[in-house]
Design a binder for this molecule. Structure first.
Ligand SMILES: [Zn+2]
Length: 248
């Protein structure tokens, strides 16, 4: 599979150019011209690169790549170590950030909905990356917490009355705690995201909208896996998702 073909296809699939983002989307570091083995992971950390080398990866596909807006542009320290190892093995680094949150079937929010059994009704927030919908079976907050724990394999942080009954659910994976106010505006009874900030708790208490932080990493594991599997099926490349555990 030609790297350039895979990139062109993915860019169109995710409609990547339409997003204003905090990092470049698509190819971030150029490697081999052909891809036989594609590794996916949440973050392009040193541990993921090392694991990808172990399985002879030609490309690494991630949600959190490199070269973030406002980061130090120099190649020093840990950044040099990661980049040097990647380039020594001629591995392509491909990253999709907001386009992968937003995609309506392969994206993080659509895939989190699959994991939790949520039905999507609409999208909201900056560039329409956050979703709202409902649970087919009426549940209360403590039941949803249990469901999330079972699906994601970790205990979420839950703010709100455990007996609160839930009709409309809003969610946005990752560090979207600042979308809580917008979730309130779309009439959500509960907002699920990855991380919490100190002030999120007060806003949840004062608006009466329940808040769940289910893990930044835990909520963003599924989009990149779905995209990797889709590309593997479409182009006949080998694909493997590598989980590098992260408690946040
Ligand atoms: Zn993220």
């Amino acid at each position: 599979m030609k790297t350039s073909e895979l990139l062109n296809y993915t860019e169109q699939l995710l409609d990547a150019p339409r997003f204003r983002d905090y990092c470049p989307n698509g190819l971030q570091v150029q490697g081999k011209e052909n891809i036989n083995v594609l590794i996916s992971g949440v973050t392009a950390s040193l541990a993921l690169i090392e694991a990808a080398i172990e399985v002879n990866a030609d490309a690494i596909l991630v949600h959190h790549g490199w070269f973030w807006k406002n980061e130090d542009m120099r190649i020093l320290g840990t950044k040099r170590k990661r980049l040097k190892l990647l380039m020594q093995h001629d591995i392509n680094l491909i990253a999709y950030h907001l386009p992968l949150d937003a995609h309506t079937s392969l994206g993080n929010n659509a895939q989190l909905a699959n994991q939790l059994g949520l039905r999507v009704e609409g999208w909201f927030g900056e560039q329409n990356i956050a979703a709202y919908g409902y649970l087919p079976d009426a549940v209360n907050l403590s039941m949803l917490g249990t469901q999330i724990k079972q699906a994601l394999g970790r205990q979420p942080l839950i703010i709100g009355d455990p007996d609160k009954s839930l009709h409309r659910v809003a969610w946005c994976t990752g560090a979207a705690q600042d979308y809580l106010a917008q979730a309130v505006a779309v009439g959500a009874d509960v907002f699920i995201t990855g991380e919490a900030s100190e002030q999120t708790v007060h806003l949840a208490r004062e608006t009466g909208v329940a808040f769940i932080a289910a893990g930044h990493h835990a909520t963003e594991r599924y989009g990149v896996q779905a995209l990797g599997s889709h590309l593997a099926e479409r182009f006949g490349v080998r694909h493997q998702f590598i989980e590098i555990d992260n408690p946040v």
